[in-house]
Every structure is written in C-alpha cells, then in structure tokens.
Design a protein around this ligand. Structure first.
Ligand SMILES: Cc1ncc(COP(=O)(O)O)c(C=O)c1O
Length: 322
C-alpha cells in the first residue's frame, strides 16, 4: 500500500537522502561572459548534466524508491521524452517493470533514449491524447501504477532536492528563473524557497506557442491552450492541478518566449557556457535577457533543466549565433 504524502521541505530533505545513493549534486557555475551579457551575477544550475539528461531523474528515483516499498507490480506512463526517460531509468534501478506510451510518430531519437533505459516502449495513438487513452486501458489490464508527469508529490519532492543544493552552495541569491511545462519543477522551487529563502524572486518561463501553464497561473485555475512549440519541456496542452496549487501565488514574474527566442537560447547556452541545452533547458537565459532592466546587478540562478534536444534543433540553435 502506498502512503499519502505531501509536498514539503521535510520530504525534500528525506528525498535528498534517498537519491544521494545514485546522484551527486550538480554544479552551480558562475559565468562571467554571461553575467556581462545579462547585466547580472549569472549562475547556471547544470541539471542538463544529470544521468538521463534532465532534472527529472531526481523525482523519478524518489518516487520509485517509495513504489518499490509499496510493492507495485509495475509502472506505466505517457511521455514524449524526458519524463519517460526518467521513469524508465529509475524503474530499471529499482527493478520495477516499466511501460512508456508514446504517440505514433514520436521522435526516433527520443524513443531510442527511452528504450535504452530498459523500459518497454509502446507506440499508440495519433496524438498525445490518443496515446494517453491507450495507456490508461493498458494500465487497467496490467494493474500497473500510473505515473503522472506533474501531479505526483514524490516527483516534486525529489525535484526539490536540486533547490536545496542551490541554497547550500549559494545562500545569497536574489532570483531564480525556471522553465515550466506541467509545473513539477516550479512547484518544487516554490516549496523550497518559500520556506527557506522567501525573499528570493521566482520567475517562470514558457513558450508562447504552448502557454497553458501561463494562462492557468494568470487565471488561478486549470486552463487548456494550443500546444505547438518545438521545445519538448514546454509542450503541455493544459495546466496541472497539484503544481498550480503550490506555485500560483508565489511567482514574481512569468515570461513567454517565441520559438525564435527559444532557439537563440540554445545558441547562447553554447556560446557562453559551452553546454548543450535543449529548448526549455536554455530558456531561462533568454528570460533573464528579457528582464535585464528589472534584474540589473542581482545574483540570478538560471536552471539549465535538460539536454535532450534533437540534433536538427541544435543545428538551428547554433545557427542563430552566426
Ligand atoms: C528539459 C525540461 N525543462 C523543463 C521542463 C518543465 O518541467 P515541468 O513539467 O516540471 O514543468 C521539462 C519537462 O518535461 C523538461 O523536460
């Protein structure tokens, strides 16, 4: 049986103990060139360097630790990328059978990364909604535990460990900027900073082409929206209840980026940090650039949340530098 659990700093501290068996803290690095460009003291939290290529593994490992204890027979999820990779990798670590359902036509590169985790990849449906429908049917047949990408307290508590690391490494920060899709990362940041450093400004960034989280935050209720961005981490068609309930009253600002600006972020991440970051992963740099006047002279942490972009997109991102 699974225990009810809440999202809290206490649970995040416990999650830190759990995931430290497999993960080392990621680096929080100051870049002078980037600081000069942005007019702030710029630090990057390198979640792009995590196993699996994104911050998601923190939540996956924490959740799977608890599901192993609850003796679930298997797990099933829907994903087009990083969430599926994280579920696959962490289920593999705890030797829990895992199925990841992706829509037909999902990127072959991302499918390959999911398959490499040891999860069973099932392609079903012509879009994400149809894939989800098929997955729910499969879940009932198999009796597996369904894992939602954001409405999962253990995922959020696991992701919160990254923000505990930031506070330990750099106690005096003024602002943190994070990308948002479903909102697990933003909810995790709010949980930690609200309690331990309430003076830190928390700023979200999403794609103009997929603004569901932005609209949900604005109206304080779940909203659906078009979902056309190329940047996987932003690509959600609806806000998610649990994260929204945590972050809705605690953001200082919310930036929306065009597709062109997201590509420019990939270029800047390479130019100034020599890292490959995916569209959502480098968006915090562009958000900081857009808020240059507001953030002038402040110490700002930008979350580089992931590195799983398609080769063709990296090429386009780097081409913005020329
Ligand atoms: C690289 C990357 N950044 C940011 C996000 C957004 O995270 P969340 O869905 O927790 O808001 C995701 C989500 O998949 C992601 O993969």
């Amino acid at each position: 049986m699974e225990k009810e659990i809440c999202v809290s700093v206490k649970e995040a501290v416990e999650a830190k103990r759990i995931i430290s068996q497999q993960l080392s803290p990621t680096s929080l690095t100051h870049y002078q060139g980037l600081s000069d460009l942005l007019g702030v003291k710029a630090y990057i939290k390198h979640e792009n360097q995590q196993p699996g290529g994104s911050f998601k593994i923190r939540g996956g490992l924490n959740l799977m630790h608890h599901l192993k204890k609850a003796e679930v027979p298997g797990v099933i999820t829907f994903s087009t990328g990083n969430h599926g990779i994280s579920v696959g990798m962490s289920a593999n670590y705890y030797q829990i059978p895992a199925i990841v359902v992706v829509p037909k036509g999902n990127s072959i590169e991302k499918n390959q990364l999911i398959i490499e985790t040891g999860a069973k990849l099932v392609e079903a449906g012509n879009n994400f909604e149809e894939a989800a429908e098929y997955g729910l049917q499969l879940q009932k047949e198999k009796g597996y535990r369904f894992i939602h990408a954001a409405n999962e307290p253990h995922l959020i508590n696991g992701v919160a460990t990254g923000f505990l690391e930031i506070i330990e490494a750099l106690p005096n920060i003024d602002a943190i900027i994070l990308p948002i899709g479903g909102g697990s990362e933003l909810a995790a940041a709010v949980t930690v900073f609200k309690e331990l450093k309430p003076q830190v400004a928390i700023i979200a960034v999403q794609a103009k082409e997929s603004p569901a989280a932005y609209l949900s935050w604005q109206s304080k209720k779940i909203r659906q929206a078009d979902n056309h961005t190329f940047a996987g981490g932003f690509a959600t068609g609806a806000g998610c209840q649990l994260p929204l309930s945590i972050y809705q009253d605690h953001l200082t600002d919310f930036v929306l980026l065009s597709e062109k600006e997201i590509l420019e972020g990939i270029g800047l991440a390479y130019k100034y940090t020599k890292n490959v970051a995916e569209g959502a992963g480098s968006a915090s740099i562009m958000a900081c650039l857009k808020l240059k006047e507001q953030l002038a002279g402040k110490t700002v942490v930008m979350q580089m949340s992931g590195a799983n972009e398609l080769l063709a997109v990296y090429r386009k991102g780097l081409a913005t530098l020329s």
